[in-house]
Structure formats: structure tokens, C-alpha cells
Ligand binder design. Structure first.
Ligand code: ADP
Length: 396
């Protein structure tokens, strides 16, 4: 039996899951947070127990080494030889990576070169890949890119209405994100419909802290709501989603903000948090709205309306959909949110089954008569990454 790691490096965190192959069972998982900030929490879940430690972890290279040391000291890994390969989520793959790839030195350089498109993520992810390659020489490292699934978008969907030379010179275009999740849930929805993914149109709604909606035609992404970066599209936990660029210049002048500060507001202080003033967490905002907080109520309405706007436009772009799928933290766990999004859509052939919507964990939540099927499907990006690692790394 071999072990394969799925790694997800954020700007200041490193999440991991360890899978046993071929059973695809998760044997351990956890996270190191506050990387670079001091007092990092190292949390490892193993055998139903949670192990915690605090240590100063100053970069992702040190985080990787700390993680492997910790796994050895807990006897989760006895020998590095047990580790057959590592799979890494990478945010920006640009136009270069149209699918997951086995990463060699040249691939690693390309990931680093793409850092301009994801300055907080790609350098951290490259550092983790490099650290594993040093610690486990010769073991396959596979990168799964958030953007790959969207590289099938046609020009008419990915180009902005800006001068074409910006695209030619700088790659200024829509790249999208959450691709691994949109791919997984669209394939799973086709399975649940007993159809091949090539013969169906599906609109996938990944609604977590970050949120994006994708139009999937015959298994390929043809349009998606996130843009050059993940700040675009629908309203999210702390991100604004789409805004008129002129508004930014106006607010920057009024509030005396630099572009960098304005972007930090759009990424970290907007969305549910910015409108409600309560929290970026959907549970808190729903609870506040239930208690009559008006700004929490309007934050939910703006969020729901943004999701409706995108689903509506994709229904039109796709000339109708066979299914709509909800996934990620909010999409999987908030029946209220799903119901609000699909309220008043019966004339479009969409009919939610209230009881199924309240109780189903994975499966159909529309009525048997609904022309468009609606599904809840828990996403599993890690499993997709591990499967790509096993396939590309030729792991038995
Ligand atoms: P991330 O984008 O960080 O991976 P997740 O997909 O885990 O985020 O989604 C986090 C969001 O899911 C939070 O806003 C959280 O409030 C929401 N969420 C989780 N459980 C529930 C629930 N039972 N009801 C409503 N929202 C939930």
C-alpha cells in the first residue's frame, strides 16, 4: 500500500490530506496556519484524534519540513519511502497548463513565473513542491491547477472588452478558478443522471468562502464567473465580486486609498462581511438575519441575486441546462440559500423539492417533474488531485 499526499498551500497556510492507495481512504489530514506570522498552529487529525502543537513556522519550506517531522514523530509515517507521491493544488496555471502535470524543474520555474497572476499563492505552492522534491527525491510531484478546467473557454468568453494588445502583451484575460471542483461536481452530476458528461449541459455553483459559477457544456467549461483574479463574479464571504471600475477611482479619491489598499478592501473587507458588518461566515449572517438584523438580510439578498444573475446568464448561454449543481461550504450546507436562489424559477422549468432540499447530502433536490434537475454534491478537490497524482505519477 502506498500513501499519496494532497497539499493545498494558501498564502499563510498549508493544508494536507494523506490518502492510502488504492483504497483512496484518508488516513490523516490537517493544517499548519499563521505561516510567516509566528505562533503557527499545527493541527493533525489521525485515528479520530486531534493532535495540536504551536511553533514558529516562517515560510512554506519550513512548514513542509515541520509537517513531515510531525508525521514521523506521531508514527503516521514511519519511513519516507511509504510516500509514493505528492499532489499540489496550484492557483494559477495561466494558458500554459491545460491540465494537471507532473512537475520537473522546468515546470516548477513556470509555476514561479506565473506568480504575477497569483502573487500570494503560486510562490508558496512552488516552495512546497520544491521542499517535497528535496525531501523525497525521485518521487512524483503533480500540480493540479485551479485554472486548467477553464482553459477550454472560447475567446468570446475569456476576453475582456479592453484593448486586445493587453491580452497579447500581458495575458490580460479571464482565467477563472475552483476548476478542480467544477470539474468534479459536473462529472458526478452526469453520473447521477446516468448520462455521459459529453451529452449534458450543467451549471455548477461552488459557493464557499470564495464562490464561482461555471457553465459546463459537454464536460467543458465554456464560461465562468471569476476573472483575471478570484475577486470577480458573484459576491462572496469577503470579496466584492463584480464592480464598476470607475467606482474604485471614486472611492479611492474620497477615502484617500492607494490601489493596493482598495484591492485589499475588495478582497478582504467586502462581500457578506462588508455589506452585513456582521461576519464573512454564512452561518453568522443567516443567524443575524433570522434575528432581524436588516444589513444581514440585505447582504443575503445581494448575494443570492448575484448568484441568480450568473445562473440566468449561463442558462441563456447554454440554451438551457440539464442540471444545476450546488457545492462547497454554503452550497452543500445551506438549504435556505439554495431555496432563495431558486425561488421563482418555475417558469424556467426549475422546481425545488423542499423536503429533499432540507435532507439530501448528495443527490437530487428538485422534484421528479422539474425540467432542470438540481443537485447537491459535496466537492472533493483533494480526491481529484490524488487521482491525478496516481495517474500521472504511475503510482500502483
Ligand atoms: P473555503 O472557500 O474556505 O474552502 P468552504 O467551502 O469551507 O470555504 O465554505 C465556507 C462557508 O460555508 C462559510 O461561509 C460557512 O459559513 C459556510 N457554511 C458551512 N456550514 C454551513 C451551514 N451549515 N449553513 C450555512 N453555511 C455554512
Amino acid at each position: 500500500m502506498s500513501k499519496v499526499f494532497a497539499l493545498n498551500a494558501g498564502s499563510s497556510s498549508l493544508k494536507f490530506s494523506i490518502y492510502e492507495i488504492p483504497s483512496e481512504e484518508v488516513v490523516a489530514s490537517g493544517v499548519i496556519d499563521r505561516i510567516g506570522l509566528g505562533d503557527s498552529n499545527i493541527t493533525i487529525k489521525y485515528n479520530g484524534e486531534k493532535h495540536q502543537d504551536v511553533k514558529d513556522v516562517m515560510d512554506h519550506d519550513q512548514a513542509t519540513k515541520t509537517l513531515l517531522d510531525k508525521l514521523e514523530s506521531l508514527n503516521i509515517i514511519e519511513d519516507y519511502d511509504e510516500i509514493a507521491g505528492t499532489g499540489h493544488r496550484v492557483v494559477a496555471g495561466g494558458e500554459r497548463f491545460k491540465e494537471s502535470a507532473l512537475i520537473d524543474e522546468e515546470g516548477l520555474k513556470t509555476i514561479e513565473d506565473l506568480s504575477e497572476y497569483a502573487p500570494l499563492h503560486n510562490p508558496a505552492e512552488a516552495q512546497v513542491i520544491r521542499a517535497f522534491q528535496e525531501l523525497l527525491p525521485g518521487k512524483p510531484a503533480v500540480a493540479a491547477f485551479d485554472t486548467s478546467f477553464h482553459t477550454t473557454m472560447p475567446e468570446k468568453a475569456y476576453l475582456y472588452g479592453t484593448p486586445y494588445e493587453y491580452y497579447e502583451k500581458y495575458g490580460a484575460r479571464r482565467y477563472g478558478a475552483h476548476g478542480t471542483s467544477h470539474k468534479y461536481v459536473s462529472q458526478r452530476a452526469a453520473e447521477l443522471m446516468d448520462k455521459s458528461v459529453e451529452e449534458v449541459n450543467i451549471i455548477t455553483c461552488h459557493i464557499g468562502n470564495g464562490a464561482s459559477i461555471t457553465a459546463v457544456q459537454g464536460g467543458q467549461s465554456i464560461d465562468t464567473s471569476m476573472g483575471f483574479t478570484p475577486v470577480a463574479g458573484v459576491v462572496m464571504g469577503t470579496r466584492s465580486g463584480d464592480v464598476d471600475p470607475s467606482l474604485l477611482e471614486f472611492v479611492m479619491r474620497k477615502e484617500n486609498l492607494s490601489m493596493e489598499e482598495m484591492l485589499a478592501v475588495l478582497n478582504n473587507k467586502s462581500g457578506l462581511l462588508g455589506i452585513s458588518g456582521v461576519s464573512s461566515d454564512m452561518r453568522d449572517v443567516e443567524a443575524a438575519a433570522d434575528q432581524g438584523n436588516e444589513r444581514a438580510k440585505i447582504a443575503l439578498e445581494v448575494y443570492v441575486n448575484a448568484v441568480k444573475r450568473y445562473i440566468g446568464s449561463y442558462l441563456f448561454e447554454l440554451n438551457g441546462a440539464d442540471a444545476i449543481v450546488f457545492t462547497a461550504g454554503v452550497g452543500e450546507n445551506s438549504p435556505e440559500f439554495r431555496q432563495a436562489v431558486l425561488e421563482n424559477t418555475d417558469r424556467l422549468g426549475i422546481e425545488l423539492d423542499k423536503e429533499r432540499n432540507e435532507s439530501v447530502e448528495e443527490g437530487l433536490i428538485s422534484t421528479d417533474d422539474s425540467k432542470v434537475k438540481v443537485f447537491v454534491i459535496p466537492t472533493d478537490e483533494e480526491l481529484m488531485i490524488v487521482r491525478d497524482t496516481v495517474r500521472l505519477g504511475n503510482i500502483k
